[in-house]
Ligand binder design. Structure first.
Ligand SMILES: Nc1ccn([C@@H]2O[C@H](COP(=O)(O)OP(=O)(O)OP(=O)(O)O)[C@@H](O)[C@H]2O)c(=O)n1
Ligand SMILES: C[C@](O)(CO)[C@H](O)COP(=O)(O)O
Length: 255
Protein backbone atom coordinates (compact mmCIF):
# COMPACT_ATOMS: atom_id res chain seq x y z
CA UNK A 1 0.00 0.00 0.00
CA UNK A 2 1.34 3.47 -0.81
CA UNK A 3 1.69 6.03 1.99
CA UNK A 4 -1.19 8.05 0.48
CA UNK A 5 -3.55 5.04 0.45
CA UNK A 6 -2.51 4.09 3.98
CA UNK A 7 -3.29 7.64 5.11
CA UNK A 8 -6.74 7.48 3.56
CA UNK A 9 -7.39 4.12 5.27
CA UNK A 10 -6.18 5.49 8.61
CA UNK A 11 -8.47 8.51 8.28
CA UNK A 12 -11.55 6.36 7.64
CA UNK A 13 -10.91 3.79 10.43
CA UNK A 14 -12.18 4.34 14.00
CA UNK A 15 -9.87 6.47 16.13
CA UNK A 16 -7.53 4.47 18.36
CA UNK A 17 -5.26 5.93 20.96
CA UNK A 18 -1.69 4.75 20.47
CA UNK A 19 0.72 6.20 22.99
CA UNK A 20 3.77 8.38 22.35
CA UNK A 21 7.08 7.23 23.82
CA UNK A 22 10.28 9.27 23.84
CA UNK A 23 13.60 7.58 23.08
CA UNK A 24 16.78 9.59 23.58
CA UNK A 25 20.00 8.09 22.20
CA UNK A 26 22.66 9.24 24.67
CA UNK A 27 25.49 6.77 24.13
CA UNK A 28 27.75 8.73 21.78
CA UNK A 29 31.27 9.89 22.59
CA UNK A 30 31.08 13.35 20.99
CA UNK A 31 34.38 13.17 19.12
CA UNK A 32 33.66 16.16 16.85
CA UNK A 33 32.91 18.32 19.90
CA UNK A 34 36.50 18.10 21.15
CA UNK A 35 38.65 21.04 20.06
CA UNK A 36 41.88 20.04 18.32
CA UNK A 37 44.00 21.90 20.89
CA UNK A 38 42.12 20.66 24.00
CA UNK A 39 42.57 17.52 26.07
CA UNK A 40 39.70 15.04 25.80
CA UNK A 41 37.00 15.93 28.37
CA UNK A 42 36.20 13.42 31.13
CA UNK A 43 32.58 13.11 30.00
CA UNK A 44 31.01 12.98 26.55
CA UNK A 45 29.40 16.17 25.23
CA UNK A 46 25.88 15.34 26.38
CA UNK A 47 27.03 15.53 30.00
CA UNK A 48 29.03 18.75 29.75
CA UNK A 49 27.58 21.81 31.45
CA UNK A 50 25.58 24.19 29.29
CA UNK A 51 23.78 27.11 30.98
CA UNK A 52 24.32 25.62 34.42
CA UNK A 53 23.23 22.04 33.78
CA UNK A 54 24.52 18.97 31.97
CA UNK A 55 23.33 19.34 28.37
CA UNK A 56 21.10 16.27 28.47
CA UNK A 57 19.07 17.70 31.37
CA UNK A 58 17.81 20.49 29.08
CA UNK A 59 16.91 17.90 26.45
CA UNK A 60 15.03 15.79 28.98
CA UNK A 61 13.17 18.79 30.41
CA UNK A 62 11.81 19.69 26.97
CA UNK A 63 10.73 16.12 26.19
CA UNK A 64 9.15 15.55 29.62
CA UNK A 65 7.28 18.87 29.36
CA UNK A 66 5.21 17.34 26.55
CA UNK A 67 2.06 16.09 28.28
CA UNK A 68 1.28 13.53 25.57
CA UNK A 69 4.66 11.84 26.14
CA UNK A 70 3.77 8.62 27.95
CA UNK A 71 7.33 7.84 29.09
CA UNK A 72 10.85 8.78 28.01
CA UNK A 73 13.64 6.21 27.71
CA UNK A 74 17.22 7.46 27.79
CA UNK A 75 19.64 4.98 26.22
CA UNK A 76 23.19 5.22 27.55
CA UNK A 77 26.32 3.14 27.09
CA UNK A 78 27.10 0.19 29.36
CA UNK A 79 30.04 2.12 30.83
CA UNK A 80 27.94 5.21 31.70
CA UNK A 81 28.20 6.13 35.39
CA UNK A 82 26.49 9.53 35.13
CA UNK A 83 23.05 8.46 36.35
CA UNK A 84 24.14 6.68 39.52
CA UNK A 85 22.59 8.39 42.54
CA UNK A 86 20.98 11.09 40.38
CA UNK A 87 17.32 11.93 40.97
CA UNK A 88 15.15 11.13 37.99
CA UNK A 89 11.59 11.88 36.87
CA UNK A 90 8.80 9.34 37.40
CA UNK A 91 8.25 9.20 33.61
CA UNK A 92 11.96 8.68 32.84
CA UNK A 93 13.66 5.29 32.44
CA UNK A 94 17.32 4.68 31.72
CA UNK A 95 18.67 1.67 29.85
CA UNK A 96 22.39 0.94 29.55
CA UNK A 97 22.06 -0.76 26.16
CA UNK A 98 23.71 1.81 23.87
CA UNK A 99 25.37 0.44 20.74
CA UNK A 100 28.41 1.24 18.63
CA UNK A 101 26.37 3.44 16.26
CA UNK A 102 23.35 5.69 16.76
CA UNK A 103 21.21 3.23 14.76
CA UNK A 104 22.20 0.37 17.08
CA UNK A 105 21.49 2.48 20.15
CA UNK A 106 18.02 3.32 18.82
CA UNK A 107 17.30 -0.27 17.82
CA UNK A 108 18.32 -1.55 21.27
CA UNK A 109 16.18 1.18 22.85
CA UNK A 110 13.15 0.10 20.83
CA UNK A 111 13.54 -3.44 22.16
CA UNK A 112 13.67 -2.01 25.67
CA UNK A 113 10.47 -0.01 25.03
CA UNK A 114 8.69 -3.25 24.05
CA UNK A 115 9.92 -4.83 27.31
CA UNK A 116 8.49 -1.80 29.13
CA UNK A 117 5.05 -2.50 27.67
CA UNK A 118 4.99 -0.43 24.49
CA UNK A 119 2.88 -1.92 21.72
CA UNK A 120 3.87 -2.35 18.10
CA UNK A 121 1.48 0.38 16.95
CA UNK A 122 2.56 2.93 19.57
CA UNK A 123 4.58 5.90 18.34
CA UNK A 124 8.18 6.58 19.30
CA UNK A 125 9.79 10.01 19.11
CA UNK A 126 13.55 9.56 18.77
CA UNK A 127 15.42 12.68 19.85
CA UNK A 128 19.19 13.31 20.06
CA UNK A 129 20.51 13.98 23.58
CA UNK A 130 22.73 16.54 21.85
CA UNK A 131 19.76 18.63 20.58
CA UNK A 132 19.31 20.36 23.91
CA UNK A 133 17.47 23.36 22.46
CA UNK A 134 14.38 21.62 21.21
CA UNK A 135 11.21 23.34 22.43
CA UNK A 136 8.25 21.33 23.67
CA UNK A 137 6.07 23.38 21.26
CA UNK A 138 8.09 21.93 18.36
CA UNK A 139 7.64 18.40 19.72
CA UNK A 140 3.90 19.03 19.98
CA UNK A 141 3.81 20.33 16.41
CA UNK A 142 5.48 17.11 15.23
CA UNK A 143 3.00 14.96 17.17
CA UNK A 144 0.06 16.94 15.75
CA UNK A 145 1.35 16.44 12.20
CA UNK A 146 2.21 12.76 12.58
CA UNK A 147 -0.65 11.32 14.67
CA UNK A 148 -3.07 11.35 11.70
CA UNK A 149 -0.34 10.14 9.31
CA UNK A 150 0.21 6.53 8.31
CA UNK A 151 3.99 6.78 8.31
CA UNK A 152 5.17 9.54 10.65
CA UNK A 153 7.85 12.13 10.07
CA UNK A 154 10.55 14.38 11.41
CA UNK A 155 11.32 17.95 12.33
CA UNK A 156 13.46 19.51 9.63
CA UNK A 157 14.71 22.91 8.51
CA UNK A 158 14.48 24.25 4.97
CA UNK A 159 18.00 24.99 3.80
CA UNK A 160 18.65 28.66 4.59
CA UNK A 161 21.82 29.12 2.53
CA UNK A 162 23.05 28.68 -1.02
CA UNK A 163 24.27 25.10 -1.42
CA UNK A 164 27.62 24.29 -2.98
CA UNK A 165 28.92 20.94 -4.13
CA UNK A 166 32.64 20.41 -3.71
CA UNK A 167 34.77 19.46 -6.67
CA UNK A 168 36.61 16.15 -6.50
CA UNK A 169 40.38 16.18 -6.23
CA UNK A 170 43.17 16.90 -3.81
CA UNK A 171 44.16 20.36 -2.54
CA UNK A 172 42.01 23.11 -1.04
CA UNK A 173 38.24 22.67 -1.38
CA UNK A 174 36.78 24.24 -4.54
CA UNK A 175 33.24 24.54 -5.83
CA UNK A 176 32.12 22.13 -8.53
CA UNK A 177 28.62 23.61 -8.79
CA UNK A 178 25.79 25.33 -6.98
CA UNK A 179 23.01 22.90 -6.15
CA UNK A 180 19.28 23.71 -6.40
CA UNK A 181 18.18 24.07 -2.80
CA UNK A 182 14.46 24.85 -2.93
CA UNK A 183 13.60 21.20 -2.20
CA UNK A 184 16.35 20.57 0.39
CA UNK A 185 15.81 20.26 4.14
CA UNK A 186 18.19 19.60 7.04
CA UNK A 187 17.01 16.63 9.10
CA UNK A 188 16.49 17.35 12.78
CA UNK A 189 14.96 15.38 15.63
CA UNK A 190 12.58 14.27 17.08
CA UNK A 191 11.73 11.75 14.38
CA UNK A 192 8.39 10.04 15.00
CA UNK A 193 7.37 6.61 13.70
CA UNK A 194 5.39 3.53 14.77
CA UNK A 195 7.60 1.35 16.97
CA UNK A 196 7.35 -1.93 15.04
CA UNK A 197 7.66 -0.27 11.63
CA UNK A 198 10.76 1.60 12.73
CA UNK A 199 12.35 -1.46 14.31
CA UNK A 200 11.81 -3.48 11.10
CA UNK A 201 13.17 -0.63 8.97
CA UNK A 202 16.27 -0.21 11.14
CA UNK A 203 17.01 -3.91 11.11
CA UNK A 204 16.72 -4.03 7.33
CA UNK A 205 18.78 -0.86 6.84
CA UNK A 206 21.75 -1.88 9.01
CA UNK A 207 23.91 0.18 11.36
CA UNK A 208 25.10 2.79 8.85
CA UNK A 209 21.91 4.92 8.59
CA UNK A 210 22.35 8.20 10.45
CA UNK A 211 18.68 8.85 11.20
CA UNK A 212 15.40 6.98 11.59
CA UNK A 213 13.82 8.62 8.54
CA UNK A 214 16.59 7.17 6.32
CA UNK A 215 15.68 3.68 7.47
CA UNK A 216 11.99 4.32 6.76
CA UNK A 217 12.88 5.75 3.33
CA UNK A 218 14.88 2.60 2.49
CA UNK A 219 11.78 0.61 3.47
CA UNK A 220 9.84 2.50 0.80
CA UNK A 221 8.15 5.18 2.92
CA UNK A 222 8.04 8.93 2.50
CA UNK A 223 8.16 10.52 5.98
CA UNK A 224 6.52 13.91 6.57
CA UNK A 225 8.79 16.95 6.81
CA UNK A 226 7.55 19.13 9.66
CA UNK A 227 9.17 22.57 10.01
CA UNK A 228 11.49 22.67 13.04
CA UNK A 229 13.67 25.70 13.68
CA UNK A 230 17.23 26.97 13.45
CA UNK A 231 17.59 26.88 17.24
CA UNK A 232 16.99 23.12 17.25
CA UNK A 233 20.56 22.48 16.12
CA UNK A 234 22.67 19.56 17.29
CA UNK A 235 25.65 20.43 19.49
CA UNK A 236 28.31 18.87 17.26
CA UNK A 237 31.40 21.12 17.08
CA UNK A 238 33.28 23.03 19.84
CA UNK A 239 31.70 26.40 18.88
CA UNK A 240 28.20 24.98 19.31
CA UNK A 241 28.45 24.93 23.12
CA UNK A 242 28.67 28.73 23.39
CA UNK A 243 25.74 29.17 21.00
CA UNK A 244 23.60 26.67 22.91
CA UNK A 245 24.48 28.35 26.20
CA UNK A 246 23.61 31.82 24.86
CA UNK A 247 20.20 30.68 23.60
CA UNK A 248 19.35 28.82 26.82
CA UNK A 249 20.37 31.78 29.00
CA UNK A 250 18.38 34.16 26.83
CA UNK A 251 15.30 31.92 27.10
CA UNK A 252 15.76 31.79 30.89
CA UNK A 253 16.05 35.58 31.08
CA UNK A 254 12.83 35.93 29.09
CA UNK A 255 11.07 33.56 31.53
N1 LIG B 1 26.75 5.01 19.28
C1 LIG B 1 26.02 6.12 19.44
C2 LIG B 1 26.33 7.31 18.74
C3 LIG B 1 25.56 8.44 18.97
N2 LIG B 1 24.54 8.40 19.87
C4 LIG B 1 23.76 9.60 20.17
O1 LIG B 1 23.18 10.10 18.99
C5 LIG B 1 22.99 11.51 19.10
C6 LIG B 1 23.44 12.26 17.85
O2 LIG B 1 24.75 11.85 17.49
P1 LIG B 1 26.02 12.75 17.30
O3 LIG B 1 25.80 14.16 17.54
O4 LIG B 1 26.63 12.33 16.03
O5 LIG B 1 26.84 12.28 18.59
P2 LIG B 1 28.20 11.52 18.71
O6 LIG B 1 28.17 10.24 17.93
O7 LIG B 1 28.44 11.43 20.16
O8 LIG B 1 29.21 12.57 18.05
P3 LIG B 1 30.51 12.31 17.18
O9 LIG B 1 30.04 11.71 15.88
O10 LIG B 1 31.09 13.67 17.02
O11 LIG B 1 31.40 11.38 17.98
C7 LIG B 1 23.77 11.96 20.34
O12 LIG B 1 22.84 12.32 21.33
C8 LIG B 1 24.59 10.74 20.72
O13 LIG B 1 24.80 10.59 22.12
C9 LIG B 1 24.24 7.21 20.54
O14 LIG B 1 23.33 7.18 21.36
N3 LIG B 1 24.98 6.09 20.31
C1 LIG C 1 19.67 12.27 13.50
C2 LIG C 1 20.42 13.52 13.15
O1 LIG C 1 20.45 14.40 14.24
C3 LIG C 1 19.66 14.20 12.03
O2 LIG C 1 20.29 15.36 11.65
C4 LIG C 1 21.83 13.22 12.72
O3 LIG C 1 21.86 12.58 11.51
C5 LIG C 1 22.61 12.39 13.76
O4 LIG C 1 23.94 12.65 13.86
P1 LIG C 1 25.13 12.57 12.78
O5 LIG C 1 25.80 13.89 12.89
O6 LIG C 1 24.57 12.30 11.44
O7 LIG C 1 26.03 11.48 13.25
Amino acid sequence: MTDDKANAAAASSPASAPRCWGLIPCAGVGLRAIAADSPAPELPKQYQNVAGQPMVMHTLAAMLAVERMHRVLLVVSAADGFWQERATDARLSIAACGGATRAETVSNGLQELMRMGASAEDWVLVHDAARCLVASEQVNALIDACLPDAVGGLLALKLPDTLKQQAAGAGPARVAQTVERSDKWLAQTPQMFRIAALQAALQAAGAAVTDEASAMELAGHSPRLVPGGAQNFKVTYPDDFALAEAVLLQRKACG
